[in-house]
Design a protein around this ligand. Structure first.
Ligand code: FAD
Ligand code: DHB
Length: 390
Protein backbone atom coordinates (compact mmCIF):
# COMPACT_ATOMS: atom_id res chain seq x y z
CA UNK A 1 0.00 0.00 0.00
CA UNK A 2 1.03 3.60 -0.54
CA UNK A 3 -0.08 6.86 1.06
CA UNK A 4 1.19 10.36 1.73
CA UNK A 5 0.97 10.19 5.55
CA UNK A 6 0.91 6.99 7.58
CA UNK A 7 -0.60 7.76 11.00
CA UNK A 8 0.00 5.33 13.85
CA UNK A 9 -2.71 5.46 16.56
CA UNK A 10 -6.47 5.87 16.35
CA UNK A 11 -6.99 8.03 19.44
CA UNK A 12 -8.19 11.64 19.16
CA UNK A 13 -4.81 12.92 17.83
CA UNK A 14 -4.51 10.48 14.94
CA UNK A 15 -8.18 10.66 13.97
CA UNK A 16 -8.34 14.46 14.05
CA UNK A 17 -5.21 14.82 11.91
CA UNK A 18 -6.41 12.24 9.42
CA UNK A 19 -9.78 13.99 9.11
CA UNK A 20 -8.29 17.51 8.71
CA UNK A 21 -5.78 16.34 6.09
CA UNK A 22 -8.47 14.48 4.16
CA UNK A 23 -10.45 17.73 3.84
CA UNK A 24 -7.37 19.33 2.23
CA UNK A 25 -6.98 16.45 -0.22
CA UNK A 26 -4.02 14.85 1.57
CA UNK A 27 -4.12 11.07 1.74
CA UNK A 28 -3.59 9.15 4.99
CA UNK A 29 -3.70 5.58 6.24
CA UNK A 30 -4.36 5.24 9.97
CA UNK A 31 -3.28 2.13 11.90
CA UNK A 32 -4.88 1.32 15.28
CA UNK A 33 -3.83 -1.56 17.51
CA UNK A 34 -7.27 -2.10 19.06
CA UNK A 35 -10.84 -2.41 17.83
CA UNK A 36 -13.01 0.70 17.54
CA UNK A 37 -15.23 -0.63 20.38
CA UNK A 38 -12.21 -0.94 22.65
CA UNK A 39 -10.99 2.60 21.91
CA UNK A 40 -14.50 3.93 22.58
CA UNK A 41 -14.76 2.10 25.91
CA UNK A 42 -11.95 4.14 27.46
CA UNK A 43 -13.26 6.94 29.70
CA UNK A 44 -10.79 9.79 29.71
CA UNK A 45 -10.88 13.56 29.38
CA UNK A 46 -13.98 15.75 29.58
CA UNK A 47 -13.04 19.43 29.21
CA UNK A 48 -12.25 20.99 25.80
CA UNK A 49 -10.59 24.32 25.18
CA UNK A 50 -12.30 26.67 22.75
CA UNK A 51 -9.34 26.22 20.36
CA UNK A 52 -9.90 22.47 20.29
CA UNK A 53 -13.62 23.01 19.68
CA UNK A 54 -12.76 25.26 16.72
CA UNK A 55 -10.52 22.54 15.28
CA UNK A 56 -13.33 19.96 15.63
CA UNK A 57 -15.62 22.31 13.68
CA UNK A 58 -12.95 22.79 11.00
CA UNK A 59 -12.77 18.99 10.76
CA UNK A 60 -16.55 18.99 10.16
CA UNK A 61 -16.99 17.08 13.41
CA UNK A 62 -18.40 19.80 15.66
CA UNK A 63 -22.18 19.45 15.21
CA UNK A 64 -22.92 17.02 18.05
CA UNK A 65 -20.32 18.70 20.28
CA UNK A 66 -22.10 22.04 19.75
CA UNK A 67 -25.52 20.46 20.34
CA UNK A 68 -24.77 18.23 23.31
CA UNK A 69 -21.64 19.74 24.88
CA UNK A 70 -22.08 22.19 27.74
CA UNK A 71 -20.39 25.59 27.73
CA UNK A 72 -18.82 26.27 31.14
CA UNK A 73 -17.90 29.81 32.07
CA UNK A 74 -16.46 28.98 35.47
CA UNK A 75 -15.55 26.30 37.99
CA UNK A 76 -15.20 26.03 41.77
CA UNK A 77 -12.27 25.37 44.04
CA UNK A 78 -13.35 23.88 47.38
CA UNK A 79 -11.03 24.41 50.33
CA UNK A 80 -11.33 24.83 54.09
CA UNK A 81 -15.01 23.83 54.00
CA UNK A 82 -16.05 26.46 51.44
CA UNK A 83 -16.43 26.97 47.71
CA UNK A 84 -14.72 29.76 45.75
CA UNK A 85 -15.57 30.29 42.09
CA UNK A 86 -13.15 31.04 39.27
CA UNK A 87 -15.06 33.08 36.71
CA UNK A 88 -13.38 31.94 33.49
CA UNK A 89 -15.44 34.22 31.31
CA UNK A 90 -14.60 37.34 33.31
CA UNK A 91 -10.92 36.60 33.87
CA UNK A 92 -10.05 35.24 30.42
CA UNK A 93 -11.58 38.06 28.42
CA UNK A 94 -14.83 36.31 27.49
CA UNK A 95 -13.62 32.74 26.91
CA UNK A 96 -15.06 29.47 28.21
CA UNK A 97 -14.56 25.69 27.91
CA UNK A 98 -16.84 22.94 26.57
CA UNK A 99 -17.67 19.88 28.65
CA UNK A 100 -17.86 17.05 26.10
CA UNK A 101 -16.32 13.64 26.75
CA UNK A 102 -13.31 12.30 24.88
CA UNK A 103 -15.34 9.16 24.17
CA UNK A 104 -18.02 11.13 22.32
CA UNK A 105 -15.49 13.24 20.47
CA UNK A 106 -13.62 10.11 19.36
CA UNK A 107 -16.91 8.54 18.23
CA UNK A 108 -17.65 11.66 16.13
CA UNK A 109 -14.21 11.46 14.52
CA UNK A 110 -14.56 7.73 13.73
CA UNK A 111 -17.97 8.35 12.17
CA UNK A 112 -16.61 11.19 10.03
CA UNK A 113 -13.70 9.04 8.85
CA UNK A 114 -16.16 6.30 7.94
CA UNK A 115 -18.49 8.72 6.14
CA UNK A 116 -15.58 10.03 4.05
CA UNK A 117 -14.26 6.53 3.39
CA UNK A 118 -11.04 7.21 5.27
CA UNK A 119 -8.61 4.32 5.45
CA UNK A 120 -8.62 3.31 9.15
CA UNK A 121 -7.22 -0.16 9.86
CA UNK A 122 -7.93 -1.73 13.26
CA UNK A 123 -6.36 -4.61 15.18
CA UNK A 124 -2.92 -4.19 13.59
CA UNK A 125 -0.08 -6.05 15.32
CA UNK A 126 3.70 -5.62 15.40
CA UNK A 127 3.83 -2.13 13.89
CA UNK A 128 7.38 -1.19 12.81
CA UNK A 129 8.72 2.12 11.51
CA UNK A 130 11.41 1.64 8.85
CA UNK A 131 14.01 3.75 7.02
CA UNK A 132 13.01 6.91 8.88
CA UNK A 133 16.18 8.71 7.85
CA UNK A 134 15.66 8.09 4.14
CA UNK A 135 13.33 9.90 1.73
CA UNK A 136 11.25 6.74 1.47
CA UNK A 137 10.19 5.62 4.93
CA UNK A 138 7.71 2.78 5.33
CA UNK A 139 5.63 1.15 8.04
CA UNK A 140 4.96 -2.57 8.39
CA UNK A 141 2.38 -4.41 10.44
CA UNK A 142 1.20 -7.97 10.85
CA UNK A 143 -2.27 -9.06 9.82
CA UNK A 144 -2.53 -12.74 10.81
CA UNK A 145 0.41 -14.41 9.06
CA UNK A 146 0.85 -11.64 6.50
CA UNK A 147 3.26 -8.71 6.86
CA UNK A 148 1.74 -5.61 5.23
CA UNK A 149 3.93 -2.73 4.04
CA UNK A 150 2.84 0.90 3.71
CA UNK A 151 5.11 3.27 1.79
CA UNK A 152 4.66 6.95 2.62
CA UNK A 153 6.20 10.44 2.58
CA UNK A 154 5.88 10.97 6.35
CA UNK A 155 4.97 8.97 9.45
CA UNK A 156 2.99 10.49 12.33
CA UNK A 157 3.34 8.77 15.71
CA UNK A 158 0.03 9.45 17.50
CA UNK A 159 0.10 6.15 19.36
CA UNK A 160 -0.03 7.38 22.95
CA UNK A 161 2.47 7.09 25.76
CA UNK A 162 3.00 3.31 25.39
CA UNK A 163 3.20 3.32 21.58
CA UNK A 164 6.09 2.28 19.35
CA UNK A 165 6.76 5.55 17.50
CA UNK A 166 8.71 7.44 20.16
CA UNK A 167 10.85 4.36 20.72
CA UNK A 168 11.83 4.40 17.02
CA UNK A 169 13.80 7.64 17.57
CA UNK A 170 17.48 6.90 18.31
CA UNK A 171 18.30 7.21 22.03
CA UNK A 172 21.09 9.73 21.43
CA UNK A 173 18.62 12.06 19.66
CA UNK A 174 15.78 11.94 22.18
CA UNK A 175 15.81 13.72 25.53
CA UNK A 176 13.13 12.73 28.05
CA UNK A 177 11.94 14.77 31.05
CA UNK A 178 9.77 13.13 33.69
CA UNK A 179 8.13 13.60 37.08
CA UNK A 180 6.19 10.80 38.77
CA UNK A 181 3.67 11.82 41.45
CA UNK A 182 3.23 9.68 44.58
CA UNK A 183 -0.50 9.09 44.00
CA UNK A 184 -3.12 8.29 41.38
CA UNK A 185 -6.72 9.26 40.58
CA UNK A 186 -9.54 6.82 41.10
CA UNK A 187 -12.30 7.76 38.64
CA UNK A 188 -15.96 6.74 38.72
CA UNK A 189 -18.60 7.31 36.05
CA UNK A 190 -22.18 7.05 37.30
CA UNK A 191 -25.63 7.59 35.87
CA UNK A 192 -26.52 10.18 38.51
CA UNK A 193 -27.34 13.88 38.48
CA UNK A 194 -24.07 15.85 38.84
CA UNK A 195 -23.65 17.35 42.30
CA UNK A 196 -22.87 20.75 40.76
CA UNK A 197 -23.60 22.32 37.37
CA UNK A 198 -19.96 23.47 37.28
CA UNK A 199 -16.83 21.44 38.08
CA UNK A 200 -15.56 21.42 41.66
CA UNK A 201 -11.83 20.88 42.31
CA UNK A 202 -11.53 20.11 46.02
CA UNK A 203 -8.41 20.46 48.18
CA UNK A 204 -8.84 18.49 51.40
CA UNK A 205 -6.52 17.19 54.12
CA UNK A 206 -7.59 13.62 53.21
CA UNK A 207 -6.61 14.25 49.58
CA UNK A 208 -7.84 15.86 46.37
CA UNK A 209 -11.27 15.25 44.82
CA UNK A 210 -12.89 16.39 41.57
CA UNK A 211 -16.59 16.56 40.72
CA UNK A 212 -17.03 16.62 36.95
CA UNK A 213 -19.76 15.58 34.56
CA UNK A 214 -20.53 14.41 31.07
CA UNK A 215 -24.18 15.57 30.95
CA UNK A 216 -27.00 16.43 33.33
CA UNK A 217 -27.57 12.70 33.96
CA UNK A 218 -23.98 11.43 33.82
CA UNK A 219 -21.43 12.30 36.51
CA UNK A 220 -17.66 11.80 36.57
CA UNK A 221 -15.93 11.91 39.95
CA UNK A 222 -12.30 11.41 40.96
CA UNK A 223 -10.46 11.04 44.25
CA UNK A 224 -6.72 11.04 44.93
CA UNK A 225 -5.60 7.56 46.09
CA UNK A 226 -2.22 6.03 47.06
CA UNK A 227 -0.29 4.47 44.17
CA UNK A 228 -0.53 1.01 45.74
CA UNK A 229 -4.36 1.01 45.69
CA UNK A 230 -6.30 -1.00 43.13
CA UNK A 231 -9.90 -0.74 41.95
CA UNK A 232 -10.80 -3.79 44.11
CA UNK A 233 -9.85 -1.76 47.21
CA UNK A 234 -12.65 0.67 46.39
CA UNK A 235 -16.14 -0.84 46.29
CA UNK A 236 -18.79 1.74 45.35
CA UNK A 237 -19.90 2.51 48.93
CA UNK A 238 -16.29 3.20 50.01
CA UNK A 239 -15.75 5.51 47.04
CA UNK A 240 -18.89 7.57 47.71
CA UNK A 241 -18.15 7.83 51.44
CA UNK A 242 -14.61 9.05 50.76
CA UNK A 243 -15.75 11.53 48.12
CA UNK A 244 -18.35 12.94 50.55
CA UNK A 245 -15.70 13.42 53.25
CA UNK A 246 -13.57 15.49 50.87
CA UNK A 247 -16.34 17.93 49.87
CA UNK A 248 -17.75 20.90 51.81
CA UNK A 249 -20.85 19.88 53.84
CA UNK A 250 -23.31 21.78 51.64
CA UNK A 251 -22.06 19.89 48.57
CA UNK A 252 -21.67 16.48 50.26
CA UNK A 253 -25.27 16.72 51.50
CA UNK A 254 -26.67 16.87 47.97
CA UNK A 255 -24.39 14.23 46.38
CA UNK A 256 -26.47 11.66 44.51
CA UNK A 257 -24.83 8.22 44.55
CA UNK A 258 -25.41 5.16 42.39
CA UNK A 259 -23.63 2.15 40.89
CA UNK A 260 -20.33 2.90 39.13
CA UNK A 261 -20.65 2.15 35.42
CA UNK A 262 -16.88 2.57 35.01
CA UNK A 263 -14.16 2.66 37.63
CA UNK A 264 -10.43 2.95 36.97
CA UNK A 265 -7.19 4.24 38.50
CA UNK A 266 -4.75 6.41 36.55
CA UNK A 267 -1.27 7.15 37.94
CA UNK A 268 -0.17 10.79 37.67
CA UNK A 269 2.86 11.58 35.57
CA UNK A 270 4.46 14.55 33.83
CA UNK A 271 6.56 13.62 30.78
CA UNK A 272 8.02 15.37 27.74
CA UNK A 273 10.13 13.92 24.92
CA UNK A 274 12.25 16.33 22.87
CA UNK A 275 12.41 16.84 19.93
CA UNK A 276 8.96 15.88 18.71
CA UNK A 277 10.30 14.82 15.33
CA UNK A 278 13.07 12.79 13.78
CA UNK A 279 13.71 13.02 10.02
CA UNK A 280 10.41 11.87 8.45
CA UNK A 281 8.67 11.00 11.73
CA UNK A 282 6.54 13.46 13.75
CA UNK A 283 5.21 12.70 17.24
CA UNK A 284 1.88 14.14 18.42
CA UNK A 285 -0.19 14.00 21.62
CA UNK A 286 0.47 11.51 24.39
CA UNK A 287 3.17 9.82 22.27
CA UNK A 288 5.35 12.85 23.07
CA UNK A 289 4.03 14.24 26.36
CA UNK A 290 1.83 13.42 29.35
CA UNK A 291 0.46 15.67 32.09
CA UNK A 292 -1.27 14.91 35.38
CA UNK A 293 -4.98 15.42 34.64
CA UNK A 294 -5.57 18.19 37.20
CA UNK A 295 -5.70 21.10 34.76
CA UNK A 296 -7.49 19.14 31.98
CA UNK A 297 -4.57 19.79 29.60
CA UNK A 298 -3.79 16.28 28.23
CA UNK A 299 -6.22 16.09 25.37
CA UNK A 300 -6.01 19.83 24.75
CA UNK A 301 -2.23 19.68 24.33
CA UNK A 302 -2.71 16.89 21.80
CA UNK A 303 -5.01 19.21 19.86
CA UNK A 304 -2.45 21.99 19.62
CA UNK A 305 0.15 19.54 18.27
CA UNK A 306 -2.32 18.51 15.61
CA UNK A 307 -3.00 22.15 14.74
CA UNK A 308 0.72 22.84 14.15
CA UNK A 309 1.33 19.58 12.27
CA UNK A 310 -1.76 19.96 10.10
CA UNK A 311 -0.73 23.45 8.99
CA UNK A 312 2.86 22.32 8.40
CA UNK A 313 1.75 19.42 6.19
CA UNK A 314 -0.75 21.56 4.27
CA UNK A 315 1.97 24.16 3.58
CA UNK A 316 4.26 21.37 2.37
CA UNK A 317 1.80 19.75 -0.02
CA UNK A 318 -0.11 22.82 -1.15
CA UNK A 319 2.60 25.48 -1.34
CA UNK A 320 5.89 23.57 -1.32
CA UNK A 321 6.77 25.55 1.82
CA UNK A 322 8.48 23.57 4.60
CA UNK A 323 9.03 26.36 7.11
CA UNK A 324 6.16 25.33 9.42
CA UNK A 325 6.92 21.61 9.11
CA UNK A 326 10.58 22.24 9.97
CA UNK A 327 9.51 24.38 12.92
CA UNK A 328 6.90 21.89 14.18
CA UNK A 329 8.80 20.50 17.15
CA UNK A 330 9.90 23.90 18.47
CA UNK A 331 6.44 25.46 18.14
CA UNK A 332 4.63 22.48 19.63
CA UNK A 333 7.07 22.17 22.53
CA UNK A 334 6.78 25.85 23.45
CA UNK A 335 3.07 25.32 24.13
CA UNK A 336 3.51 21.83 25.57
CA UNK A 337 5.84 23.17 28.28
CA UNK A 338 3.32 25.83 29.26
CA UNK A 339 0.69 23.09 29.70
CA UNK A 340 3.26 21.11 31.72
CA UNK A 341 3.87 24.07 33.99
CA UNK A 342 0.18 24.73 34.52
CA UNK A 343 -0.70 21.05 35.18
CA UNK A 344 2.19 20.71 37.62
CA UNK A 345 1.12 23.92 39.39
CA UNK A 346 -2.55 22.91 39.71
CA UNK A 347 -1.55 19.42 40.89
CA UNK A 348 0.84 20.88 43.47
CA UNK A 349 -1.74 23.42 44.65
CA UNK A 350 -4.59 20.98 45.26
CA UNK A 351 -3.23 17.52 46.23
CA UNK A 352 -2.03 16.12 49.53
CA UNK A 353 1.66 15.28 49.27
CA UNK A 354 2.33 12.72 52.04
CA UNK A 355 6.06 13.55 52.23
CA UNK A 356 5.60 17.34 52.39
CA UNK A 357 7.25 19.17 55.31
CA UNK A 358 5.14 21.57 57.44
CA UNK A 359 6.94 24.39 55.60
CA UNK A 360 5.85 23.07 52.21
CA UNK A 361 2.27 22.66 53.45
CA UNK A 362 2.28 26.31 54.55
CA UNK A 363 3.49 27.39 51.12
CA UNK A 364 0.68 25.37 49.52
CA UNK A 365 -1.93 27.06 51.73
CA UNK A 366 -0.43 30.46 50.97
CA UNK A 367 -0.50 29.78 47.23
CA UNK A 368 -4.27 29.18 47.49
CA UNK A 369 -4.84 32.26 49.66
CA UNK A 370 -2.87 34.36 47.22
CA UNK A 371 -4.93 33.01 44.31
CA UNK A 372 -8.20 34.17 45.85
CA UNK A 373 -6.79 37.52 46.98
CA UNK A 374 -5.40 38.56 43.60
CA UNK A 375 -7.31 39.42 40.45
CA UNK A 376 -4.09 38.88 38.45
CA UNK A 377 -3.57 35.39 39.90
CA UNK A 378 -7.16 34.43 39.05
CA UNK A 379 -6.60 35.89 35.58
CA UNK A 380 -3.51 33.73 35.11
CA UNK A 381 -5.39 30.58 36.17
CA UNK A 382 -8.32 31.38 33.87
CA UNK A 383 -6.08 32.21 30.89
CA UNK A 384 -4.31 28.85 31.17
CA UNK A 385 -7.47 26.82 31.86
CA UNK A 386 -9.37 28.06 28.80
CA UNK A 387 -6.23 27.42 26.73
CA UNK A 388 -3.35 29.62 25.62
CA UNK A 389 -3.47 30.69 21.97
CA UNK A 390 -2.10 28.19 19.42
P1 FAD B 1 -4.33 8.10 22.96
O1 FAD B 1 -5.71 8.53 23.28
O2 FAD B 1 -3.57 7.31 23.96
O3 FAD B 1 -4.42 7.27 21.60
C1 FAD B 1 -3.34 6.52 21.11
C2 FAD B 1 -3.88 5.36 20.29
O4 FAD B 1 -2.79 4.65 19.72
C3 FAD B 1 -4.65 4.36 21.15
O5 FAD B 1 -5.93 4.15 20.59
C4 FAD B 1 -3.80 3.11 21.12
O6 FAD B 1 -4.57 1.92 21.15
C5 FAD B 1 -3.05 3.27 19.81
N1 FAD B 1 -1.77 2.55 19.77
C6 FAD B 1 -0.87 2.39 20.77
N2 FAD B 1 0.18 1.68 20.34
C7 FAD B 1 -0.06 1.38 19.05
C8 FAD B 1 0.66 0.66 18.07
N3 FAD B 1 1.82 0.09 18.34
N4 FAD B 1 0.13 0.55 16.85
C9 FAD B 1 -1.08 1.11 16.55
N5 FAD B 1 -1.80 1.81 17.44
C10 FAD B 1 -1.29 1.94 18.67
N6 FAD B 1 -6.76 14.13 29.84
C11 FAD B 1 -7.52 15.11 30.31
O7 FAD B 1 -7.42 16.23 29.80
N7 FAD B 1 -8.40 14.84 31.33
C12 FAD B 1 -8.55 13.58 31.87
O8 FAD B 1 -9.35 13.35 32.77
C13 FAD B 1 -7.76 12.53 31.41
N8 FAD B 1 -7.84 11.27 31.92
C14 FAD B 1 -7.02 10.29 31.43
C15 FAD B 1 -7.06 9.00 31.94
C16 FAD B 1 -6.22 7.99 31.45
C17 FAD B 1 -6.28 6.59 32.04
C18 FAD B 1 -5.29 8.30 30.43
C19 FAD B 1 -4.37 7.22 29.89
C20 FAD B 1 -5.26 9.59 29.91
C21 FAD B 1 -6.11 10.58 30.41
N9 FAD B 1 -6.10 11.89 29.90
C22 FAD B 1 -6.88 12.87 30.37
C23 FAD B 1 -5.24 12.25 28.83
C24 FAD B 1 -5.99 12.23 27.51
O9 FAD B 1 -6.91 11.18 27.51
C25 FAD B 1 -4.92 12.06 26.47
O10 FAD B 1 -4.12 13.23 26.49
C26 FAD B 1 -5.48 11.82 25.07
O11 FAD B 1 -6.10 10.56 25.02
C27 FAD B 1 -4.35 11.89 24.06
O12 FAD B 1 -4.81 11.45 22.82
P2 FAD B 1 -3.82 10.70 21.84
O13 FAD B 1 -4.64 10.42 20.63
O14 FAD B 1 -2.56 11.46 21.71
O15 FAD B 1 -3.42 9.34 22.57
C1 DHB C 1 -12.16 15.88 33.87
C2 DHB C 1 -10.89 15.48 34.07
C3 DHB C 1 -9.96 16.41 34.47
O1 DHB C 1 -8.70 16.06 34.65
C4 DHB C 1 -10.28 17.71 34.66
O2 DHB C 1 -9.33 18.58 35.08
C5 DHB C 1 -11.54 18.10 34.43
C6 DHB C 1 -12.48 17.17 34.03
C7 DHB C 1 -13.19 14.88 33.45
O3 DHB C 1 -12.83 13.73 33.22
O4 DHB C 1 -14.36 15.23 33.39
Amino acid sequence: MKTQICIIGGGPSGLLLSQLLHLKGIDTILLERHSREYVLSRIRAGVLEHGFAALMREAQCGDRMDREGEIHEGFFIAHDGRLDRIDLHKYSGGNSVIVYGQTELTRDLYEARERMKGNVIHNVEDVHLNDLASDAPYVTYRDGDAIIRIDCDYIVGADGFHGVSRKAIPKDVLREYERIYPFGWLGVLSRTKPVSPELIYSKHERGFALCSLRSQILSRYYIQVPLEDSVEDWPDHAFWAELQRRLPDEVAGRLETGPAIEKSIAPLRSFVAEPMCYKRLFLAGDAAHIVPPTGARGLNSAASDIYYLYHGLVDHYRNGDDARLDGYSDRALARVWKAQRFSWWMTTLLHRFPANSPYENKLQETDLQYLFSSELAKGSLAENYVGLPF
